[in-house]
Write a protein that binds this ligand. Structure first.
Ligand code: ADP
Length: 492
């Protein structure tokens, strides 16, 4: 590797190199102003790297290149685009150890989860390598038979991609995969907490033979300046964002200036409904998955558990036992299942939500007290939670599961829908008709039935209401990066 890659011995035994500069026009480059910022390890507080801190000038440079490269990339044969994505998929798997370790070191999740993210993230490239050669069109006749209507599908144009810290690899590949497959170029701004994985992904794309300038990465501590420039420029045609609803609203307003296409994956407040006829083993396992994947730091995390009064005692007891048995620690240590939260604000928020619930009468079934040091918070189950506590209307983003009790399905649906969000819901029942009935009435984009995991590269991920606009993944994912063009030809 070149001297643009730093060689870093981490807290672990692994030593490897990873890029620490901006990636623009196929080259690693310092920020124009020469600024750098620290990336820290949430498990120890230690500085992992000091990386380039891009500003407006760097944003301009990156977007100019993406715009200049757009036509050539759109004209690149689909099979060539497909094979680059396929190679990138294989390279991600070849570099799975480095990527998983970077994810664990900068984000905190246990290594096993990070490996899971690497497989999940890689799969978007394999999936969209397959989609790249299947973008079709249409041909029909007008009603009077006098006009041929030919419909082509064309890349939307240069895309602004903005991602959060909780899935540093997969949130990037879920957007960049379909963008590249469709023939769009990209300017990519990863989260400031987790830029190392994103830069490594750019390294992999470059190894895979992606032409210079097709994907450009600007890491920064001033996201509003960088992304604001891109959205204001009128040159980018599409915004794909995953993050908080609060920031999503700001970006939607900015994107409205040039009426950009948008894909927005925002917050969630997922209800997890356990019916009286549920298989309790399945429900407990589902709750562990839906709550504890990523330490609860996922927009799909079960945020409100609604459990039927007939089974609430048994479910809560067994779920609390499983939660209490999970092992906390730094993510790279063997056997650790729960890593640190991302930062001190996240920890304070979780502590304050638990305090509020307990003050309003909740009983702590397990957890509830953070250790005195670091950013670890124990898996926590709260029983008898009052519906008016803050937990019920806030995205917790931590390993805390509040259990509410219900007595009939109508009540469960009404309470589940009583939120501004609508990303995902989980239903546990042995009755398939009941599952379909409930799923049909829940105001969400995705429903897990007897499972705590819906994320799948083959499925359309996305929500309704304040959870967002658009779908990512599956055969639907590429639509977000394509426009229709209709050609009218008189039939003579
Ligand atoms: P989270 O709460 O998960 O950190 P955010 O919505 O704050 O979610 O962040 C998601 C992404 O949005 C990150 O890449 C972050 O840098 C970026 N971001 C935050 N604020 C802004 C902003 N005002 N303009 C553009 N991007 C932003």
């Amino acid at each position: 590797m070149t001297d643009t890659m730093a060689r870093v011995a981490s807290e672990t035994d692994m030593t490897f190199e990873f890029p620490q500069q901006l990636f623009i026009d196929g080259a690693w480059t310092d920020a124009a102003a020469g600024d750098r910022f620290d990336v820290t390890n949430p498990a120890t507080g230690a500085v992992l790297a000091q990386i380039a801190d891009g500003r407006r000038d760097d944003a301009r440079r990156a977007l100019d290149v993406a715009v200049a490269t757009q036509q050539a990339w759109a004209d690149t044969p689909p099979r060539e685009r497909s094979e680059i994505l396929r190679r990138a998929y294989e390279l991600i798997l070849e570099h799975a150890d480095e990527l998983a370790m970077l994810i664990t070191l900068e984000m905190g999740k246990p290594l096993a989860d990070a490996r899971g993210e690497v497989s999940y993230g890689a799969e978007f490239f394999r999936w969209f390598a397959e989609e790249a050669v299947r973008v079709g069109g249409d041909h029909t006749l007008s009603g009077d038979g006098k006009t041929r209507i030919i419909v082509t599908r064309e890349p939307v144009g240069p895309c602004v991609v903005v991602t959060p810290w909780n899935f540093p690899l997969a949130m990037g590949t879920r957007k960049i995969g379909p963008a590249l497959a469709a023939g769009c170029t990209v300017v990519f701004k990863p989260a400031e907490q987790t830029p190392l994985t994103a830069l490594y992904l750019a390294h992999i794309l470059s190894l895979a033979g992606l032409p210079d300038g097709v994907v450009n990465v600007v890491t920064t501590t001033t996201p509003a300046e960088v992304v604001g420039y891109w959205l204001d420029s009128g040159q980018a045609r599409k915004l794909s964002f995953t993050g908080s609803t609060e920031v999503g609203r700001i970006l939607l307003a900015q994107a409205s200036k040039h009426v950009m296409r948008t894909s927005m994956e925002l917050g969630g407040n997922a209800p997890f409904i356990v019916c009286s006829d549920a298989d309790i083993d399945t429900a407990v396992e589902g709750a562990i998955t839906a709550k504890m994947r990523n330490m609860g730091e996922a927009c799909t995390a079960a945020n409100r558990l609604y459990v039927h009064a007939d089974v609430v005692e048994e479910f809560t007891r067994r779920f609390a036992e499983r939660m209490a048995a999970l092992r906390l620690g730094p993510g790279w240590e063997d056997g650790v299942q729960v890593g640190p939260l991302i930062d001190a604000d996240a920890l304070r928020k979780v502590e304050s939500l638990v305090r509020d619930a307990v003050e309003r009468g909740a009983r702590v079934a397990t957890g509830g007290e953070s250790p005195s040091e670091g950013l670890l918070y124990p898996p926590t189950v709260l029983a008898d939670v009052s519906p008016d506590c803050e937990l019920a209307s806030t995205e917790i983003f931590g390993p805390v599961a509040p259990v509410f009790t219900f007595t009939d399905d109508d009540e469960a649906v009404r309470r589940a829908n009583d939120t501004e969000w609508g990303l995902v819901a989980y239903i546990f029942t042995r009755d398939i008709d009941r599952a379909f009935r409930l799923a049909g009435r829940l105001e969400v984009g995705m429903v897990g039935i007897n499972t705590g995991l819906v994320s799948n590269p083959a499925g359309p991920f996305g929500g309704v209401k304040s959870s967002g606009i658009g779908r990512e993944g599956g055969r639907w994912g590429i639509d977000e990066y394509l426009e229709y063009k209709y050609l009218a030809i008189p039939r003579r």
